[in-house]
Design a protein around this ligand. Structure first.
Ligand SMILES: NC(=O)C1=CN([C@@H]2O[C@H](COP(=O)(O)OP(=O)(O)OC[C@H]3O[C@@H](n4cnc5c(N)ncnc54)[C@H](OP(=O)(O)O)[C@@H]3O)[C@@H](O)[C@H]2O)[C@H](O)CC1
Ligand SMILES: Cc1cc2nc3c(=O)[nH]c(=O)nc-3n(C[C@H](O)[C@H](O)[C@H](O)COP(=O)(O)O)c2cc1C
Ligand SMILES: Cc1ncc(COP(=O)(O)O)c(C=O)c1O
Ligand SMILES: [K+]
Length: 528
């Protein structure tokens, strides 16, 4: 039933940072909880930083605030050696590694540059494996919804490479010769994938790559005219850079994004672009161990992880233009609770995270306001229910002033709901029933926490928690503390807000009116 709603298991997020513990006889993989101050970062959904707006992007971005020194950098010789070991004793084939490398590049690009804004991609591929990564990336980008083009002037006559070319041709991905390419690449492409040279580059670039690199260099000079040009994404090494020293003369390409593979090479320390990613999620422990590689963990199932600092953003530029279906008086339910349920169902269907999270605002007798999030645990014609500590700040304020307001914001649907009314405690039986439905850990947590009071340190809570956990380890009933229970807000005012373009939002307010001794809800449209 809806009013007994939302008993979803709370998702506990714990970041596990693997490290390899070396003992003379064994190599053990130990997981330690990894706490980072950035753990609480939310993805910012705006065009400027769509960079990390996808779910996995958000995960990558929160890992990014790790100390950048934490990441290892490889010498050219080490990179080549690792490659040989992977493809020798460790049993990988070059095809496999190239596929994973190219996929990492495509997913890194997709995390930062959305195909709706950056559709036209030119992959410039060199004669070696770096070029192969570029071909694979182009294929994945096609499947991700981009429009890739490929320039592959020095083709390698090996089945792996001719296969990659055939695969692209079968997707009708156009191949452009160097002569076909416009001298100025800035007009025709949104993303330039630099897949010319990787860690085997040496000396000075020979034709035709010298000229191609120069065309990428030229784009920065255009940049000074403040034209929005294409972005450059380098695979593993910015082509033309010394693999260890970087851009020695300072006249090389300046990529916006670098996707390091396996581990960044030394030149990556000189990378100044906005987006440094790591790909190549195939490093087995023996390699990590032998080369003492410190690499960030890949989030979830992602093929890439952001390393280095995320780009700085000007907060004042962050904004969304809401685009939604019109929300009209004719469509709404006459009863606001029914309308709320309809929208709540939409929020559930949209798979939003914690659609039952709501801001609760209260004020004490001094009139000073306070807000916090709580979880809605039930709704019906009698009101909106949540559970909390009856000795908390909110409880004190509610005892002094029973008026409160609730606010839901469903970002993915461009919707907000405001509810105002008066608050009462729910019955003891109702609290009792709900309390015992919670996970046992949360029940103990409620006993331990004298909510809103000052605690000398986390260890105090943890100590009490451990003691109670031990006490109730036999599975016996955990008694609900008297100071824990529910509140119900009886609504007197509703507002349903649907975001629209140019800030001309729809706002429908429901207020109660008595007509012929009967209570009806009056619906008014408010100016946005
Ligand atoms: N383990 C991994 O992470 C994997 C990474 N991969 C990718 O492979 C490259 C390294 O590939 P490799 O084939 O060894 O080398 P390059 O792609 O860098 O290029 C070698 C070719 O480039 C020619 N070359 C070298 N220098 C120049 C130059 N100055 N001018 C022109 N051409 C040059 C070289 O020819 P030579 O005759 O000079 O030897 C080669 O033809 C790595 O960076 C990753 O991107 C794998 O895909 C998977 C595993
Ligand atoms: C998403 C979310 C849901 C929360 N749900 C509850 C809840 O249901 N009950 C509760 O007591 N605290 C909940 N909290 C914690 C409160 O926001 C708050 O920190 C706590 O209730 C103390 O508030 P007070 O000192 O103003 O009384 C939640 C926090 C968040 C971020
Ligand atoms: C302190 C506190 N109490 C209660 C709740 C509600 O949790 P539950 O869904 O377990 O009732 C939360 C949720 O975040 C909370 O933080
Ligand atoms: K490259």
């Amino acid at each position: 039933m809806w009013s007994q709603l939302v008993h979803k298991t709370r998702r506990m997020t714990c970041f596990l940072l693997p490290y390899y513990h070396n003992s003379p006889s064994t190599t053990k993989l130990i997981f330690t909880p990894h706490y980072s101050s950035s753990v609480f970062l939310r993805p910012v959904s705006s065009p400027a930083v769509r960079a990390f707006c996808s779910k996995s992007g958000a995960m990558s971005s929160l890992l990014s605030l790790q100390n950048p020194d934490y990441v290892s950098f490889l010498k050219q010789r080490e990179a080549a050696e690792i490659d040989e070991t992977l493809m020798g004793p460790l049993g990988f084939s070059v095809d496999q590694l190239m596929e994973l490398a190219g996929l990492s590049v495509a997913t890194s690009i997709a995390e930062v540059y959305k195909p709706t804004e950056y559709s036209r991609v030119l992959a410039i591929c060199g004669p070696g494996n770096n070029g192969g990564d570029g071909l694979v990336a182009a294929r994945h980008l096609h499947h991700f919804g981009y429009k890739p083009f490929v320039c592959y002037p020095k083709r390698t006559q090996k089945p792996l490479y001719s296969g990659l070319v055939t695969q692209l041709e079968s997707l009708s991905v156009p191949f452009l010769s160097t002569e076909d390419l416009p001298l100025d690449l800035s007009k025709d492409f949104d993303i330039l994938v630099d897949a010319m040279f990787g860690f085997s580059f040496h000396g000075a670039p020979r034709p035709p790559f010298d000229d191609l690199i120069q065309r990428l260099v030229c784009l920065h000079s255009n940049d000074q005219t403040h034209q929005k040009g294409p972005v450059i994404v380098s695979i593993d090494i910015p082509s033309g850079w010394h693999v260890e020293e970087g851009d020695i003369g300072g006249e090389g390409i300046k990529p916006d994004m670098l996707v390091s593979l396996t581990a960044p090479k030394l030149c990556a320390k000189k990378f100044c672009g906005s987006h440094h990613f790591l790909g190549g999620r195939f490093v087995p422990p023996v390699i990590a161990d032998k080369y003492k590689l410190h690499l960030p963990p890949y989030p979830g199932t992602s093929m890439c992880v952001r390393i280095g600092k995320p780009p700085q953003v000007d907060i004042s530029t962050l904004r969304e233009n809401y685009i939604s279906p019109e929300f009209l008086e004719e469509q709404v339910e006459s009863d606001p609770v029914d309308q709320f349920r309809k929208w709540f169902d939409d929020a559930m269907a949209a798979d939003l995270r914690e659609p039952n999270a709501m801001a609760l605002s209260t004020a004490g007798k001094d009139g000073k306001l306070s807000s916090r999030m709580v979880l809605l645990k039930g709704v019906d014609k009698d009101g909106f229910v949540w559970y909390t500590n009856y000795e908390s700040r909110k409880a004190r304020e509610l005892s002094e002033n029973p008026c409160a307001s609730l606010l839901f914001y469903w970002e993915g649907l461009n919707r907000q709901v405001r509810i105002e009314g008066s608050v009462q405690k729910v019955s003891d039986e109702e609290s009792e029933q709900y309390f015992h439905s919670r996970p046992r850990g949360s029940q103990i947590g409620a006993i331990v926490s004298k909510q809103s009071s000052v605690v000398p340190g986390r260890h105090v809570l943890y100590q009490q928690y451990k003691e109670l956990e031990e006490k109730f380890s036999d599975g016996s009933l955990i008694p609900k503390p008297a100071h824990w229970g529910g509140y119900r807000l009886k609504p007197k005012l509703f507002e349903f807000w649907q975001g629209q373009q140019s800030r001309l939002h729809d706002r429908l307010q429901y207020s109660p009116q008595e007509i012929d001794g009967k209570l009806v809800w009056k619906i008014d449209r408010l100016a946005p």
